[in-house]
Write a protein that binds this ligand. Structure first.
Ligand code: F6R
Length: 595
């Protein structure tokens, strides 16, 4: 949701460093990209569309300077266009500003500035900041004072950075949007996310809300809004720069689907006691909730639905809520543990829901992938899913790791010690590998990539998998796809089913749920809909299916993870056949930092 980057200390390479950083942050938005480099003047180059447009432009005419900032945009105020691209400047072109977030009071500030004679050239909320800075400079403020004065006037969420003509520093600050510094011996970086500079350094400093940083050739310092110095801890990131490359795969998403066995191994390592069949999570020692409320969005919400079901099965009342709904009408919280499931740890809706819960006295737990993320810093407890960096906008390996971590959490925090289920969890990396190796999803995708719509059905733990299968397919193919609880199909959605709308039925095991799902499949088959069964072969669904995507026999909770891998591959190959922009689907961005 907009990516920002900055660099000081590599005067001959500032532009290259910024362009590299933007290429790593493009997953956060690709409506436009731009850079500003400061020397005696501020040179800005910015273009609508993907980063490649900016790359072409700087090939012809490269801005230069010892300090610089860059931005990749996901539009909120004003459509994608050159004029709405960041960086934004003041009337005189003396200062350039980049911003991730939303300035809520921008209209009021803009009206005031316009009345005072400032001329605006974009529709964005961001542009008020350089004009506020310009006003403060005109009143005699220094660069730093002017930056602070402008920030004092704005309300909303932001990670903002600015450079000045004739200045040798980058100034930045944050409020409810991520911002991290990269520390090297002779250079300092800033970015929305570590991959932007991971190739250059593994030492990072996470800024907190309300903190300001000044970066110049002598290094960096962090202070409060009042200018009080803040002592910061330098953290070391534990993953390599190569992990953010495609490693020969056509798309990040395919690479990340294939990385799932490794991601799951990392998630489970040291947490499952192989001999005793126990799960131990040191980070959650003593956490034994009597009630659990999960809050999450999108794919993470589907993981939350799955997690809630695990707790209910263990006898602990649990419910999953869409974070954006929870924040406006939270249920009675009582003594519930409120768990935020968020891969990025920066999703604004999820953070707001957790803050609301905390304000009402709840203890909170973050289930996240990103070390040092806002959610991890704000919650009472954190359980990392350890999936490694995920670049594809459509979540894949992080969903599998969320499901694995939710199993660990449920085993560790309840009386559920089902040895067979724990064994299946331990074997998950290899069973996922089997599914990846043997999947025939590509040929099924070939048969159905031109369908009118796709319906996914499942029951129990397979219901969230049906929802996730549909979300994945719709976001990367742009085709209509819906997931339903299998029993609900006959209560309305069946009217949509035709001979060109495949029904993808997830049916695992041979119990009551499978038997009932097979009945639902017969209902759609009778209406000529093609049926694609995702099954472990234990029920007789194959008799009614046109195509079968097989998974190994396992426990119900791990079957859901395996079935999802088939659905990821089905979505991926369908999108590939349609020639879609798989890693950067239209209108979307990873890490949604606005509400
Ligand atoms: C879909 C997808 C999104 C995210 C959602 C929440 O593939 O990735 O639906 O799951 O935006 O993101 P996080 O998990 O970062 O809170």
């Amino acid at each position: 949701m907009c990516g920002i980057v900055g660099c000081v200390g590599r005067p001959d390479e500032t532009l290259d460093v910024l362009m590299h950083g933007l290429s790593k942050l493009e997953y956060r938005g690709y409506d436009s990209a731009g850079v500003a480099l400061a020397n005696s003047a501020v040179e800005i180059e910015k273009h609508e569309g993907e980063l490649v447009n900016l790359e072409r432009a700087v090939d012809d005419d490269a801005p230069s300077g010892p300090v610089g900032i860059g931005h990749t945009r996901w539009s909120t105020h004003g459509p994608p266009s050159d004029r709405n691209s960041h960086p934004h400047a003041d009337c005189e072109g003396e200062v350039a500003v980049i911003h991730n977030g939303i300035i809520e009071n921008f209209q009021e500030v803009k009206d005031e500035l316009t009345a005072a004679g400032h001329e605006f050239t974009s529709d964005t909320d961001t542009e008020v900041v350089p004009h506020l800075i310009e006003s403060a400079l005109a009143d005699g403020a220094s660069h730093e004072e002017a930056f602070r004065a402008a920030i004092e006037r704005v309300e909303g969420s932001y990670a903002i950075a600015a450079v000045f003509a004739g200045g040798d520093a980058v100034f930045c600050t944050r409020q409810d949007s991520p911002l991290v510094l990269g520390i090297d011996d002779d250079a300092t970086y800033l970015a929305s996310d570590v991959p932007a500079f991971r190739e250059f350094t593994d030492r990072v400093v996470y800024l907190e809300d309300g903190e300001f940083a000044r970066i110049d050739a002598d290094g960096w310092d962090v202070s409060t809004a009042d200018g009080e110095p803040v002592e910061k801890t330098i953290h070391t990131v534990n993953w390599d720069a190569e992990e953010t490359g495609k490693s020969g795969y056509d798309h990040f998403m395919l690479k990340e689907i294939h990385e799932q066995p490794r991601a799951l191994r990392q998630c489970l390592r040291g947490r499952v006691d192989e001999l005793g069949g126990q799960v131990e999570l040191d980070e959650l020692a003593g956490v034994r909730p009597t009630t659990v409320q999960f809050v999450a969005c999108g794919t993470s919400y589907h993981a939350a639905l799955y997690g809630a079901e695990l707790f209910r099965e263990a006898g602990v009342p649990a419910q999953a809520f869409l974070a954006s709904e929870y924040v406006t009408s939270p249920p009675p919280i009582g003594d519930a543990l409120v768990v935020g499931v968020t891969q990025s740890g920066e999703t604004a809706d999820t953070l707001s829901a957790l803050r609301e819960a905390r304000q009402r006295g709840a203890r909170t737990l973050a289930l996240t992938n990103v070390v040092g993320s806002t959610v991890a810093r704000e919650c009472d407890h954190t359980l990392y899913i350890r999936a490694g960096p995920e670049i594809g906008v459509a979540a894949s390996k992080t969903f599998a790791s969320q499901l694995a971590a939710l199993n660990l959490f449920a085993f560790a925090a309840t009386d559920d010690h089902d040895r067979e289920a724990i064994g299946a969890l331990r074997d998950l990396p290899s069973t996922v590998q089997e599914v990846i190796d043997d999947s025939s999803a590509a040929s099924v995708a070939e048969a159905y990539h031109d369908a009118d719509a796709y319906f996914f059905i499942g029951r129990g733990l397979n219901y969230p998998v049906a929802l996730e299968g549909a979300l994945k397919l719709k976001e990367i193919t742009y085709r209509h796809a819906e997931g339903f609880a299998a029993g609900e199909l006959k209560h309305g959605p069946l009217a949509l089913v035709t001979d060109n709308s495949p029904v993808i039925a997830i049916t695992t095991g041979d119990g009551e749920l499978a038997r009932k799902t097979v009945n639902n499949v017969k209902e759609v088959e009778a209406r000529d809909a093609p049926v694609i069964a995702v099954t472990d072969g234990q029920s007789d669904i194959e008799r009614y299916a046109d195509h079968v995507l097989t998974i190994p026999e396992t426990q119900p909770r791990t079957a859901a993870v395996l079935a999802n891998v088939q659905l990821q591959l089905l979505a991926y190959h369908t999108a590939d056949q349609l020639g879609r922009s798989i890693d950067k689907p239209r209108n979307l961005a990873k890490s949604v930092t606005v509400e």
